[in-house]
Design a protein around this ligand. Structure first.
Ligand code: MBD
Ligand code: FE
Length: 272
């Protein structure tokens, strides 16, 4: 088993040889010295070893790759996964799924709901939604310290009518780790470190292509200035504040919350 299993020999030759040529031209065009070359490779190695995972590349490049995949796509838009997805999040039980959280989890309650359909608009039950996002401090469990494992990470399933509902908290705009190598690069470029508030979600069903989305909130800070340049119009959802006591009580909640809806379209495996 190698990383390149599944890629055709022709494709590998085409893209790897072109990448090689681009980098060689780059080195000559900019007269990159050996010291600069080694600085770059050390920085890349450090960014991985220091636990930033793919952060450096995800901030600079991942959105371009998802844009390529979205051209002509039949399912909902895909979005960047970012560096902090982890498989194996706790399975929640519906119909109102509650994300794993601390007793005193900070942040406004968020009810995120919608339906999952196929490309003909038929509701799809049994779709696994794998949701993960930052806490009110902008930190991710299992990545940043002093957070219970799997906090604000959970998997749940759409109902027979395609609907899903999950109760969590509204994440804030997120400052990416700025004390590591990626931060060093961004600082040197004079850029800030913020991403707009977002939810990450993957959807899976045996008969459909797995997809990765990321949703942002209308009116939020940094929508136009995402350090990862990954916001796309179709990924921005509306937030509605629910503070009518009757409506709050009907939901079984004890304080005002915000609600957001997004409907997903899954594409068949062969023609995502
Ligand atoms: C994130 O949460 C994220 O989504 C990206 C792209 C980069 C860093 C942290
Ligand atoms: Fe994120």
């Amino acid at each position: 088993m190698s990383h390149l299993d599944g890629a055709s020999q022709a494709r590998i030759r085409t893209v790897v040889e072109d990448l090689e040529q681009v980098l060689l031209d780059f080195i000559r065009d900019h007269q990159i010295t050996h010291a600069e070359y080694r600085t770059a490779t050390d920085l890349i190695i450090d960014s991985v070893k220091s636990g930033e995972e793919s952060l450096l590349f995800d901030v600079f490049c991942e959105a371009a790759a998802t844009d390529v995949g979205n051209v002509g796509r039949q399912g909902s838009l895909e979005a960047i996964e970012g560096p902090f997805y982890l498989p194996g999040a706790p399975a929640l039980s519906g119909p109102l799924n509650v994300m794993p959280q601390r007793d005193d989890e900070k942040g406004e309650p968020l009810l995120f709901h919608g339906i999952v359909v196929d490309t003909d608009g038929q509701p799809l039950g049994g779709v696994e939604l794998d949701l993960w996002h930052a806490d009110a401090e902008g930190l991710y469990s299992n990545i940043h310290p002093n957070i219970p494992d799997w906090n604000l990470r959970g998997r749940f399933t759409s109902e027979d009518d395609g609907s899903f509902r999950v109760l969590t908290i509204l994440p804030p705009p997120y400052e990416i780790p700025k004390d590591g190598p990626t931060g060093t690069v961004l600082r040197a470029l004079g850029r800030h470190f913020f991403r707009p508030a977002h939810l990450h979600v993957k959807l899976r069903h045996r008969d459909y292509a797995e997809m990765t989305s990321q949703l942002y909130f209308r009116g939020g800070e940094y929508l136009d200035a995402d350090v990862a340049n990954a916001v796309r119009e179709g990924l921005v959802i509306e937030l509605r504040t629910v503070d009518d006591p009757t409506e709050v009580a009907e939901r079984g909640l004890d304080r005002p919350y915000v609600e957001a809806r997004y409907d997903f379209v899954l594409a068949p495996t062969s023609q995502a």
